[in-house]
Design a protein around this ligand. Structure first.
Ligand code: THU
Length: 136
């Protein structure tokens, strides 16, 4: 599937913000960028902790920032993992949190670089989600 320039631009925002990741334990930086229906952007990075289980992924940081700013009309999300040499998809916990706030057709683009991107959508990475099933 052809990836629109809007989504590639969004990915580049995720790539840029990934530099701000706090990842001294894994050295695996992740950046996320959410595009809102009004055209604005909210970004986030992974924030690790020496108590490893307290780590917050980039996707959830971005979502929680957006909700804190009363921004909830999510049009798309991009995730950049510049320290990988292959595209890394959102973890299971993030898929659950994404499903709370995104429609089943919301585009998700992820990759290690803009030359190797995967375009998918929420219903593909999180099928049979109870929230969306119940909404039918
Ligand atoms: N991580 C994310 O931020 N998002 C993902 O989708 C995958 C994993 C972070 C968590 C941890 O800080 C590091 O990547 C290594 O797992």
């Amino acid at each position: 599937m052809e990836i629109s320039s809007k989504l590639i631009d969004l990915f580049m925002e995720a790539e840029k913000i990934a530099k701000n990741a706090y990842a001294p334990y894994s050295n695996f930086r992740v950046g996320a960028a959410i595009l809102l229906d009004d055209g604005s952007l909210v970004t986030g990075v992974n924030v690790e902790n020496r108590s490893f289980g307290l780590t917050n992924c980039a996707e959830r940081t971005a979502i929680y920032k957006a909700i804190s700013e009363r921004k909830k009309d999510f049009a798309a999300i991009a995730i950049a993992t510049p320290d990988a040499d292959y595209p890394v998809s959102p973890c299971g916990a993030c898929r659950q949190v994404l499903s709370e706030f995104m429609g089943k057709d919301t585009p998700i683009v992820f990759g290690a670089s803009k030359d190797n991107l995967v375009l998918t959508k929420l219903s593909e990475v999180y099928p049979f989600d109870a929230l969306h099933e119940l909404k039918k």
